[in-house]
Design a binder for this molecule. Structure first.
Ligand code: MN
Length: 521
């Protein structure tokens, strides 16, 4: 297969006719030679992966040095060409980005316990050079697009990691487009059945709504023209599937309550135009109460600005409008990446980015590496900064400082069963942050939970079923209750399995086991 950099070069040329493409050509040849003979799991030549990564970065209209670092990002890790060599050939700036990406690729997702540690590494990398994260996003996006060639277990873990770590960070950096893309790519692997269900549901609802949304669009265009207010453009956008799935969970799966399934984006020439358009829309249709949001006057924490309103048609049909200037639109789609646009040398961008990312540095600065007791502080800082990474899950600490992850609403009994089934079965009481609490108390992120084990306890209380949140706890309680009933029926005391019985198969039970380690390129 002949692979060429023509598309990449065309893209860069259209971004900036004056861009220096010689260095890009050289970097492509360099990477191609370094990866010569290597294949991806899919059977494609390896160079295709760095090339797609670079194309995606060019698509975000990022400057040439970042795109070149994208082409070279797997060279030091996977080939005989060293980082020092790259530094000699491409200079310290590009080599520094490649080094940052290489360091991050050494993070292995070993299950949920390492989650906080991984997050922390991402923030430290971002603090030193946010461009590294942009390359990592592009790299990850291509890996997600080619997940099908991996084994199912690997596929699941990469998708889950991306959903839990990459997507929330993209969101916090305001990069909504890539956040939506990453989430949807993961969604089909993590929850394949839900993915099928939600996409079928969305397809039907979109086809029903399509025509009246189009009518609404034409009506607004007409009204704006008649009022003599210049409009840059109006476009419809269909909600990303994972985001729809999340919203359906909050709305009892009732898609009629999802008003922004198709939203109309009205792009205006300036801020005054945005407010004028809002008035024109409300003049024609009745706005729904509580759904007018002014994110221009009060931007979201990730920098998002727009006016939102949902209006009701004569037959009860609803349309959401998102009104913004072109600049706000760029910002909403590309987030932090929008800062580099039209600024090839990246200098002006770095000042703006530095201001916007002050919070990342602050967060990373206060982070001593690898000490579990500080993870609580880190999580608290994240929460204080409104980083929405912990949606639907909580992290609770053992008195020894280990992190246990649980679904929201979990109780000390759930916590106990995660630690060990015997601790769960013998759970006699619990302390949260040194205070005695009842076993059905709800745990919060950052809590330190201690289980008081009652050695004389005959087993779990069947009533716990009513409040536990995890299936692990539920199945232990159920099976214990069932065993007890069975032993009463047999009218003889149930005997615990002897060590002899356990080892009858001749295989020794090993207490330690390791999770498969993921290596993504
Ligand atoms: Mn890679």
């Amino acid at each position: 297969m002949k692979i060429s950099a023509d598309n990449l070069l065309d893209r860069l040329r259209s971004n900036n006719p004056k861009a220096d493409l010689d260095l890009v050509r050289m970097a492509f040849d360099y990477a191609q030679e370094a990866h010569a003979g290597q294949l991806r799991k899919s059977g494609d030549p390896y160079i295709l992966h760095p090339l797609r990564t670079a194309e995606y970065l060019a698509g975000l209209r990022l400057p040439v040095p970042i795109v070149i670092a994208g082409l070279l990002h797997d060279v030091p890790e996977d080939t005989s060409v060293s980082l020092d060599q790259i530094r000699k050939d491409f200079g310290p700036d590009i080599a520094g980005m490649v080094e940052g990406v290489t360091k991050l690729s050494n993070i292995k997702y070993r299950g949920i316990i390492r989650y906080v540690e991984n997050l922390r590494k991402m923030f430290v990398a971002m603090a030193s050079d946010v461009r590294v994260i942009l390359i990592k996003f592009a790299d990850r996006k291509h890996n997600l697009e080619t997940l099908d060639s991996l084994l199912p277990i690997k596929r699941q873990r990469i998708a889950l990691e991306s959903l839990e770590i990459y997507a929330p960070i993209a969101s916090r950096l305001g990069m909504n487009e890539i956040k939506g893309q990453i989430e949807d790519l993961c969604f089909q692997h993590v929850l394949p059945q839900e993915y099928e269900r939600v996409s079928a549901l969305a397809k039907e609802a979109v086809s029903v709504r399509h025509s009246y949304v189009q009518r609404a669009q034409r009506a607004v265009e007409h009204d704006l023209r008649r009022a003599g207010i210049p409009v840059v453009g109006i476009e419809g956008r269909v909600k990303h599937l994972y985001s729809l799935y999340r919203k359906l969970q909050k709305r009892d799966q009732d898609i009629s309550q999802i008003h922004d399934l198709i939203a109309l984006r009205v792009i205006m020439a300036d801020v005054a135009g945005c407010y004028a358009a809002l008035g024109i829309i409300h003049n024609r249709w009745k706005p729904m109460q509580g759904r007018i949001k002014d994110y221009i006057a009060v931007p979201k924490t990730n920098g998002y600005r727009s006016l939102h309103t949902t209006v009701e048609g004569t037959h009860g049909e609803t349309v959401e409008f998102q009104i913004r200037t072109r600049e706000m639109h760029e910002q909403a789609e590309r987030g932090i990446a929008a800062h580099w646009q039209y600024d090839e040398d990246g200098k002006r961008a770095s000042a703006a980015v530095r201001t916007q990312l002050a919070w990342v540095r602050e967060l990373a600065d206060g982070l001593p590496a690898g000490r579990p007791n500080h993870e609580g502080n880190f999580l608290e800082s994240l929460a204080a900064l409104n980083v929405d990474v912990l949606q639907n899950r909580i992290f609770v600490f053992t008195p020894e400082g280990d992190v246990i992850d649980l679904p929201e609403g979990s109780t000390p009994v759930d916590f106990a069963y995660v630690i060990h089934s015997e601790i769960g079965d013998g759970c006699g009481g619990a302390k949260i942050n040194d205070e005695m609490v009842s076993l059905d108390s709800r745990l919060q992120t950052g809590d330190v939970c201690e289980i008081l084990v009652d050695r004389n306890r005959p087993g779990p209380n069947p009533d716990w079923i009513d409040f536990v949140k995890t299936s692990n706890a539920r199945s232990h309680i159920r099976s214990h209750t069932r065993a007890k009933i069975a032993s009463w029926a047999a009218d003889e005391p149930s005997l615990p399995a002897t060590p002899m019985e356990l080892s009858r198969s001749g295989k020794k039970k090993v207490g330690r086991y390791s999770l498969p380690i993921i290596k993504v390129d």
